[in-house]
Design a protein around this ligand. Structure first.
Ligand code: HSE
Length: 402
C-alpha cells in the first residue's frame, strides 16, 4: 500500500481525492499497489466530509510520517507551497503538483532536489489541466528538436474570444458571462492580461530547451483591447482571433510571446473554442502534432495529478529524468522577429499607410470612419516605428507567420 497526502483541499485537491475514489480499481492496478489518502493538509476543517478524519493542520505530521511517500501539492501560489515541497522532497517524498506558479518560478530547483533525494517532482497538471503535455514533451518527443510550441493555454480568455466572435458581444459582456458560468475568476487579471498563459508557456519552453525560461522576460499582451470591430475584420479575412502563447526557435535564437493573433483555417488551433485548450508542437522530424482537451476544471486537472501519483508509485525511489536545468535560457527580443500585422486606422490615412508600409492589402468590414489593412512581413521594431508615424492609427493584431 502507498500512502499519500494531499496539500490543499480546495477544488483540485478535493478532485484528487474524488478521482482516486472513483477510479480506485484501475488506479491501484496501474500503480501496482493500493493508493490511499492518509492525510489532507488544510487550514480549515471539513465537518461532514467523508475524509474529515484525515485532515491535519500541521505539515510536520505528514513530513515526519515515513509511511507517506507521495504528496499531491494542490495549494497553488509560491508560499508555503515551495517550502513544503522542498521539505517533502528532501525527506525523499515525491511531489505531484498542479501549481503552475510554483513550477514556473522554481521548476528546475525542485526537479534537482528530487533528483538529489531519489524521488520525483512531477507537474503534468500545471499546464493544460487534463491535457497530457508534460509527459509527451518529457518522454514521447525526446527524439525531436522542437522548433515551435504554440498553445491556447488559457480557458477563460478562449471562452471570452469565442463568445465575442460568435455573439458579437463586447469583451466586458463576455467576461461577465464567463464569470457567471464560473469559468473566470472574480479578479480575472491574471487570465485576461495573459499572465496565466505566460507562466504556462514558460514551463513548456523550459522543457523544450532544457534550460530555465523566465516568464518575466516573455513579451505578454492580454485580450482586453480586442473589440467587436476586430472580429468584423477577422470574419472578412476568414481569420480567427486567438490568444496564443508561443516559443519559437529560429536560426538558433528563441523568441517567446503571449498575445492575441489572427490565425487561419490551416492552423488547427483555429477550431479550439470555449474553455478548451490545445498545444501545437512542431518537431524537426515529426512535423506537426497537437494536444487538445480540457485545460482547467476540478476533475480533469485532478486526473493529471493522479496520473503523476501513479507514475511515482511505479517508479518507487527511481528518479524519472526530466531535463530542465537552472541555467537561464537567453530569449531574443521580439523586436527582431518579422511577421505581418493587421492594422486599423482612421479613414483618410490609406496613402500614408502605403508610404510607410509599401504594398498593403486594404480591408473594409463596415466599421464607420475607419479601414483595415495587412502589412507585408516586417520586424516588430520597424512596425512599431512606422505605426507611431501613421496618422489615425487605431490598433493592431499580429498575424501568425508562415
Ligand atoms: N484560469 C485558468 C484558465 C485555469 O482559465 O485556463 C487553469 O489554469
Amino acid at each position: 500500500m502507498i500512502s499519500i497526502a494531499v496539500f490543499g483541499y480546495g477544488t483540485v485537491g478535493s478532485g484528487v481525492v474524488e478521482v482516486i475514489e472513483k477510479n480506485r480499481e484501475v488506479i491501484d492496478k496501474r500503480a501496482g499497489e493500493e493508493i490511499r489518502v492518509k492525510y489532507i493538509l488544510d487550514l480549515r476543517d471539513f465537518p461532514g466530509d467523508p475524509y474529515a478524519d484525515r485532515v491535519v493542520h500541521d505539515v510536520n505530521v505528514i513530513l515526519q510520517d515515513p509511511e507517506v511517500s507521495i504528496i499531491c501539492e494542490t495549494m497553488g501560489g509560491n508560499e508555503p507551497a515551495f517550502t513544503y515541497s522542498m521539505q517533502a522532497l528532501k525527506a525523499g517524498k515525491s511531489v505531484c503538483t498542479s501549481n503552475k506558479e510554483l513550477v514556473a518560478n522554481h521548476g528546475a530547483e525542485l526537479i534537482r532536489t528530487a533528483r538529489e533525494n531519489r524521488c520525483n517532482y512531477l507537474f503534468e497538471a500545471s499546464v493544460g489541466g487534463g491535457i497530457p503535455i508534460i509527459r509527451p514533451l518529457n518522454v514521447a518527443l525526446t527524439a525531436e528538436k522542437i522548433e515551435l510550441i504554440s498553445g491556447i493555454l488559457n480557458g477563460t480568455t478562449n471562452y471570452i474570444l469565442t463568445h465575442m466572435a460568435e455573439d458579437g458581444s463586447s469583451f466586458e459582456e463576455s467576461l461577465k458571462e464567463a464569470q457567471e458560468k464560473g469559468y473566470a475568476e472574480r479578479n480575472p487579471e491574471a487570465d485576461v492580461e495573459g499572465y496565466d498563459a505566460c507562466r504556462k508557456i514558460a514551463i513548456l519552453a523550459s522543457l523544450m530547451t532544457g534550460k530555465t525560461v523566465c516568464y518575466e522576460e516573455i513579451h505578454t499582451e492580454g485580450i482586453t483591447k480586442i473589440t467587436h470591430e476586430d472580429f468584423l475584420y477577422a470574419e472578412k479575412m476568414n481569420l480567427f482571433i486567438k490568444l496564443l502563447a508561443r516559443i519559437r526557435e529560429q536560426d538558433g535564437k528563441y523568441y517567446a510571446i503571449v498575445a492575441p493573433f489572427l490565425i487561419g483555417e490551416k492552423n488547427p488551433l483555429h477550431s479550439v473554442n470555449d474553455v478548451f485548450n490545445a498545444i501545437f508542437i512542431r518537431g524537426n522530424t515529426l512535423g506537426d502534432s497537437m494536444y487538445y482537451g480540457r485545460g482547467a476544471g476540478k476533475l480533469p486537472t485532478a486526473s493529471a495529478v493522479v496520473s503523476d501519483v501513479i507514475d511515482c508509485a511505479k517508479h518507487g525511489h527511481t528518479h524519472i529524468v526530466c531535463l530542465w536545468e537552472e541555467e537561464k535560457l537567453p530569449l531574443s527580443s521580439i523586436d527582431g522577429f518579422s511577421r505581418r500585422f493587421f492594422v486599423r486606422a482612421a479613414e483618410g490615412s490609406e496613402e500614408a499607410a502605403r508610404e510607410l508600409f509599401g504594398e498593403i492589402e486594404r480591408i473594409d468590414a463596415g466599421a464607420a470612419g475607419e479601414f483595415g489593412f495587412v502589412t507585408p512581413a516586417i520586424s516588430e521594431k520597424e512596425f512599431a516605428e512606422k505605426c507611431a508615424a501613421l496618422p489615425g492609427f487605431i490598433s493592431r493584431i499580429r498575424l501568425e507567420e508562415a
